[in-house]
Design a protein around this ligand. Structure first.
Ligand SMILES: Cc1cc2nc3c(=O)[nH]c(=O)nc-3n(C[C@H](O)[C@H](O)[C@H](O)COP(=O)(O)OP(=O)(O)OC[C@H]3O[C@@H](n4cnc5c(N)ncnc54)[C@H](O)[C@@H]3O)c2cc1C
Length: 258
């Protein structure tokens, strides 16, 4: 692999964890399909007066989800998905006006909004690399797949990529095999493909059901959320699947792993 300063690196395996614009993906000659959504996320953190009790909340609104994720103390991070025009308006507000808008949207869930941090905005995109490895380069996380920030699935997907790759590399090492071979990279791609495709499809469907005008889709989503709300066993199952899907669990992600 050639570095920016012209230096050449020779190694058995490179792990491309360099995000959605991955240079490693380009170096591996792997194509990626991208599809933009008509949505932009405004992300920030904010302080509030009521404890979050370590609960993340997701509001499903016609323009997209608005999610709070608990941080330490009386602080949460915020991902607020809107139309690009509305996101531009929110970004242009001063802190006081933004806090008032946020207060209105949260409807007292976390008490009053006490302060907000710096805001950043991200156009929502879906990206899927054709393969997760080639030419001694393995892709993990957003270098291989980007999904909208809904249902908090992105980070967990990336962690499962890494845990799977670590396991396969350790096994290859143990048997004296080449840790960056085409065989290993193809096996890694096969191992991760199902999980990545299933999560991306689920998140895409949920997101499109929010922004669609098609009434039956809203009814199906509403029925699903009602079932989640009223059936604790179903809620537990969905939460467990979100964190760690059933099927083979990489050793690094099993309880008690170092
Ligand atoms: C607004 C928003 C909210 C989100 N909320 C959630 C959530 O609540 N829960 C969740 O699970 N996921 C969430 N996600 C998704 C989550 O952020 C990603 O899944 C995760 O950050 C992907 O990690 P990554 O390491 O693959 O990529 P990144 O986090 O993008 O990290 C890539 C790193 O590589 C570095 N890099 C890139 N190119 C180079 C280079 N040439 N040289 C050196 N370094 C380089 C970058 O600087 C960066 O530090 C959210 C995403 C967005 C946009």
């Amino acid at each position: 692999m050639r570095l920016g300063n012209g230096e050449r690196l020779t190694t058995w395996l490179i792990v491309g964890a360099d995000g959605r614009g991955s240079l490693c993906r380009a170096e591996a000659g792997i194509e990626a399909r991208t599809s933009p959504y008509p949505q932009t996320a405004v992300a920030t953190r904010f302080r509030h007066t009521r404890p979050h009790d370590n609960i993340s909340s997701e509001f499903h609104r016609p323009a997209g989800p608005m999610t709070t994720v608990p941080l330490a103390g009386l602080e949460s991070s915020l991902v607020w998905v809107e139309t690009p025009e509305e996101a531009r308006r929110l970004m242009a507000l001063d802190d006081g006006a933004f806090m008032r808008e946020l207060d209105g949207r949260l409807m007292g869930l976390l008490g009053a909004v006490a302060s907000v941090g710096r805001r950043a905005s991200f156009p929502l995109t879906r990206l899927a690399a054709d393969r997760l490895g080639a030419r001694r380069i393995a892709l993990v996380g957003e270098a291989g797949h980007v999904i909208p920030p809904i249902g908090a699935q992105g980070l967990n997907l990336g962690l499962r990529d890494i845990a799977t790759l670590v396991e396969m590399v350790a096994h290859a090492r143990g048997t004296g095999a080449d840790i960056g071979s085409n065989t290993l990279l193809a096996a890694y791609d096969r191992e991760r493909r199902g999980d990545v495709t299933a999560r991306a499809t689920m998140v895409d469907t949920l997101n499109r059901s929010l922004i669609s005008d098609f009434l039956p889709l809203h009814l199906v989503r509403g029925a699903g959320l009602h079932a989640l709300n009223s059936l604790p066993w179903l809620r537990r199952l969905v939460m467990r699947e979100g964190l760690q899907p059933s099927g083979r669990v990489p050793a690094l992600m099993q309880q008690g792993a170092d």
